[in-house]
Write a new protein. Structure first.
Length: 251
């Protein structure tokens, strides 16, 4: 085994970065400390502007510039493959700038949304109707909707009211939202996420992508519908791209 560590560009939000690191550990074949994989997490949320605010026109520096700067620091630790546990960071207007600033950096940044669609195919091969809950930026840019349609799924998106007043508030509300209270998530935020899941299920969704990496902090499973966790998809992809022999079987 080489010593090249897996890289995580965290801080978006901080708990989501830790969650991804935990899922890399959970998806690794290991019987003791020494058999686990080297990993570097840089959680620099204070340097990276709010992705949703930027997408909606807030005059702040493009977050892709700061994300690229963190990736450059990861390269100095020997990281060759990294992941970003933030869906809105994969909006074209952010990811393109990030890639422009990484042209001379020898590091591969996996694409969270593409990896999630690939994981969906593997984990639920018989599913045809898929929904997605996310921040308003991911919802209105249709990042998952377009990717799902391209993969020939029937897409079941929440209504604009549910997307804004249940999901987005559950993530961002300063009093009870997941960003303000991530460990543990407040009962109110959890109920709002569960209500949004039920809304999509009632519209016909057989599986629902939790398309903000903080949503799995609120709910991980239900008895009525498959919940697809992009962080788990990304964790498995990071292992596959670095130490494939250490990847646990899909279960």
């Amino acid at each position: 085994m080489s010593l090249a560590p897996i890289g995580i560009i965290g801080g978006m939000g901080p708990q989501a970065g830790l969650d991804l690191a935990q899922k890399v550990i959970a998806e690794t074949k290991a019987n003791n400390d020494q058999e686990h994989l080297p990993m570097v997490l840089l959680s620099y949320g204070h340097l990276i502007g709010d992705r949703s605010a930027f997408i909606f026109g807030d005059p702040i520096p493009n977050p892709g510039i700061a994300i690229a700067s963190v990736a450059h620091q990861l390269e100095q630790f020997g990281v060759q493959v990294a992941g970003i546990p933030c869906n809105s960071a994969h909006a074209p207007q952010i990811r393109t700038i990030m890639q422009d600033h990484l042209k001379h950096v020898n590091i591969k940044i996996l694409h969270l949304i593409q990896e999630t669609i690939d994981y969906l195919r593997q984990f639920t091969p018989n599913i045809t109707h898929v929904g997605c809950l996310s921040t308003l930026s991911v919802h209105r840019l249709e990042l998952y909707k377009s990717a799902l349609e391209e993969a020939n799924y029937t897409v079941v998106m929440p209504s604009e009211d549910v997307a804004e007043n249940l999901v987005h508030r559950a993530i961002f509300d300063h009093d009870f939202g997941i960003k303000a209270h991530s460990s543990p998530v407040t009962p109110k935020a959890k109920k709002m996420v569960l209500d949004a899941i039920d809304h999509c299920h009632q519209k016909g969704a057989q599986a629902i992508i939790l398309g903000c990496t903080e949503l799995p902090l609120a709910v991980s499973n239900t008895k009525d519908v498959y919940l697809i966790d992009p962080a788990r998809a990304l964790a498995r992809a990071l292992i596959r791209e670095t130490y494939p022999e250490k990847l646990n079987p899909l279960r």
